[in-house]
Design a protein around this ligand. Structure first.
Ligand code: GAL
Length: 327
């Protein structure tokens, strides 16, 4: 049968057949296929929203990637469940003579409306994680080929895991883990090509940093420093990004180690009835990185408390913002 006709019939059937509705649901921990039927490669990822379209960028760990290069893939979606592969936007050869095993992790893309450039930050390192810098890459289109610009230590501090946060007023921040000092929240320069000023240093040793602004309160989230192994991720709250921050509390029962995952982003979806904040985490498989999974779940948030429910299949109504977790 003609491929296009086959997929039209399949789409029509999926609309009527309850067993196939799964396509529009999110299934934490399961293999997540893109429009080509291939497992999504966007580990340690970030999200950029442009209008109705969400772009998911992350580490592409496909087994057939060239060994000396590092890859980032980009996918697009309007419902956050079904993702269309757009491009392997980074296929980078060792940019700073870092040697075998060099590291390019946790890519995050920001769009700068003034310069009309897409700016990617990532953690750049040697195999022993001693360089501890960010790399900056740019592109004129969201899913084009990103070009390597430079690397540096933000505000002259060590920087390993990075996170991104864009506040409701459009201000862009980089979150970075600095081993000697803690967790930095820093403002990007007007063109986003530099890290300009410190907003807050949280003197905690945490990584996988993420922030969301929800109903007048900022929530910062991170994991402990246990490499690829999961640990109990924790959050704190503050009325202002500069603090003071509350004490850190467990996001889920600590013995469950965040259900085997590690935070990478908090994504807020604003709907007509409610706002849903999604915990985006990675379930790492260090010995088979390409098969690392994703744990995305809507968070339960009220009165300054944030809770990650037990992972189950769920759906999100993009219009109303309501999330429905299956019983
Ligand atoms: C984790 C970090 C990952 C990766 C890994 C390497 O702590 O979150 O992004 O760097 O360590 O061991």
């Amino acid at each position: 049968m003609h491929m296009k006709l086959a997929s039209l019939i399949l789409a029509a059937v999926a609309g009527f057949c309850p067993a196939m509705r799964g396509a529009e649901s999110i299934q934490p921990g399961e293999v997540w296929l893109d429009n080509r039927g291939q497992p999504i490669q966007a580990h340690g990822g970030g999200i950029l929203r442009l209008g109705e379209v969400y772009y998911w960028f992350g580490e592409d760990r496909s087994p057939n990637n060239e060994r000396g290069r590092r890859y980032v893939s980009c996918y697009a979606s309007t419902n956050l469940a079904q993702w269309t592969f757009r491009n392997q936007v980074v296929k980078l050869a060792d940019p700073e003579q870092l040697g075998p095993g060099w590291v390019f992790e946790r890519p995050k893309v920001f769009y700068n409306a003034a310069t009309k450039k897409f700016v990617m930050y990532a953690h750049l390192d040697d195999r022993r994680y001693k360089l501890a810098r960010v790399a900056v890459l740019t592109c004129d289109t969201v899913a084009g080929d990103y070009h390597y610009l430079k690397s540096f230590r933000p505000l002259d501090h060590e920087s390993r895991d990075i996170g991104q946060f864009v506040d409701d007023d459009g201000t862009a921040y980089l979150i970075f883990e600095d081993r000697p000092n803690g967790f930095h929240i820093a403002k990007l320069s007007a063109d986003y090509l530099n890290v300009e000023s410190e907003v807050c240093l949280i003197a905690e040793h945490m990584e996988g940093g993420a922030i969301v602004h929800y109903h007048g309160l900022y929530y910062v989230l991170g994991s402990a420093l246990t490499g690829w192994n999961p640990n109990p991720n924790k959050y704190a709250t503050a009325k202002s990004l500069s603090g003071p921050w509350s004490e850190f509390k467990d996001l889920a029962p600590p013995e469950l180690k965040t259900y085997g995952s590690q935070s990478t982003l908090l994504l807020k979806v604003v709907g007509s009835k409610t706002d849903t904040v999604i915990f985006m985490g990675d379930i790492w498989k260090p010995r088979a990185q390409w098969d690392s999974r994703y744990l995305w779940m809507p968070l339960a948030i009220s009165d300054g408390q944030m809770h990650l429910p037990k992972p189950r299949e769920w759906t999100l109504d993009m219009q109303t913002g309501e999330a429905k977790i299956q019983k």
